[in-house]
Design a protein around this ligand. Structure first.
Ligand code: PEP
Ligand code: MN
Length: 337
């Protein structure tokens, strides 16, 4: 942290700031310029912020040098993290594909989907049992019944499973069935939910909020990690912009930016990013090419009848073609699936 004093700051004002730094057992490095005095502070600065040092007489501004997220920060953990989900790992040599319906609807739908995506090479089955829908009148999910169907599909296929949780109740049910919890875009800053998900110790797939900056997203990951749970995987799923041609705008640059700022794995969800089936393939290619560790792709036995997100869901044939198309991209990036 750097404290920049005002040009007319008195010697007494500078002394008062230095005294506060010393009293709190922090180190001060003073640079006396011809116009302004700058004080560099080393150590845990949070105590100075609590003392409202920016309001001290003669202080112009505070400049943060390191980010507020520490556990998720690459500076303090330079090696890339690999997160184990069931018998799959995310962040290593494997390109991990999570696929399945937006919402779990029936046993037949989940079983057919699990068998089809496994055959095409996906490692993780996704399916929402608790659906955070924009309208309260839309299908809200089968809840525990949906979790049980996902578990049944896991037992019969060997696929790992990921399900979204939207409340503490949902977490308490989901931990009995799933390999990974998903925190959706709408809950990315539900700090209570983040902490509760952290406490479970289960891997957490943390989707980026609709309008969240990368800094806010990494701070959300920090909430989970601060509970002693390092198993966080980030998911870029498009952000709100002025563009209406697609459901959201895929921020593809988030992939290299996250790789530069954090050691956590990141996957891309082109289905929710675009909301349009035909754009899933080119964006999946782009995601792999810029270093994503995996993809989340919505599939459905019959997208026309899907209770949610039909227009962006792929048929099994389309998903199989997509997987075949993506293999050379994965190989180019030294990954396989
Ligand atoms: C989902 O994965 O089905 C979902 C609701 O995604 P998001 O939170 O990204 O909108
Ligand atoms: Mn969906």
């Amino acid at each position: 942290m750097i404290i920049v004093m005002k040009p007319q700051a008195s010697k007494e004002a500078v002394q008062r700031v230095l005294a506060t730094i010393e009293e709190n057992h922090l180190e001060a490095h003073v640079s006396d310029g011809t116009v302004v005095t700058i004080i560099g502070v080393v150590g845990d600065k949070s105590v100075l912020m609590e003392k409202n040092i920016e309001l001290y007489d003669g202080v112009d501004k505070i400049v943060e040098v390191t980010e507020s997220y520490k556990l998720a920060n690459k500076k303090f953990h330079p090696d890339a993290s690999v997160v184990k989900v069931g018998n799959t790992t995310i962040g290593g040599d494997e390109l991990v594909i999570m696929s399945g319906p937006c919402a779990v609807e029936t046993e037949e739908q989940v079983m057919q989907t699990a068998l089809a995506i496994k055959k095409s090479g996906a490692q993780i089955l996704r399916g929402g049992a608790y659906k955070p829908r924009t309208s309260p009148y839309s299908f809200q999910g089968l809840e525990t019944e949906g979790l049980k169907l996902m578990k049944q599909a896991k037992d019969e296929t060997g696929l790992s499973i990921v399900c979204e949780v939207t409340s503490l109740n949902a977490i308490e049910s989901a931990v009995k069935y799933v390999d990974m919890l998903q925190i959706g875009a709408r809950n990315m800053q539900n700090f209570y939910l983040l902490k509760e998900a952290g406490k479970t110790g289960l891997p957490v797939l943390l989707k980026r909020g609709l309008s969240a900056t990368i800094d806010e997203w990494l701070n959300a990951a920090e909430y989970i990690m601060a509970e002693g749970n390092p198993n966080v995987v980030l998911c870029e799923r498009g952000i709100r912009t002025f563009e209406t041609a697609t459901r959201n705008t895929l921020d593809i640059s988030a992939v290299p930016v996250i790789k530069a700022k954090s050691h956590l794995p990141i996957i891309v969800d082109p289905s929710h990013a675009t909301g349009v089936r035909k754009y899933v393939q080119p964006l999946a290619q782009a995601a792999i090419a810029c270093g994503a560790d995996g993809l989340m792709i919505e599939t459905h036995p019959n997208p026309e009848t899907a209770l949610s997100d039909g227009p962006q869901s792929l048929t099994f044939e389309q998903f199989d073609n997509l997987c075949n198309d993506l293999r050379p991209f994965a190989k180019l990036m030294n990954k396989h699936f």
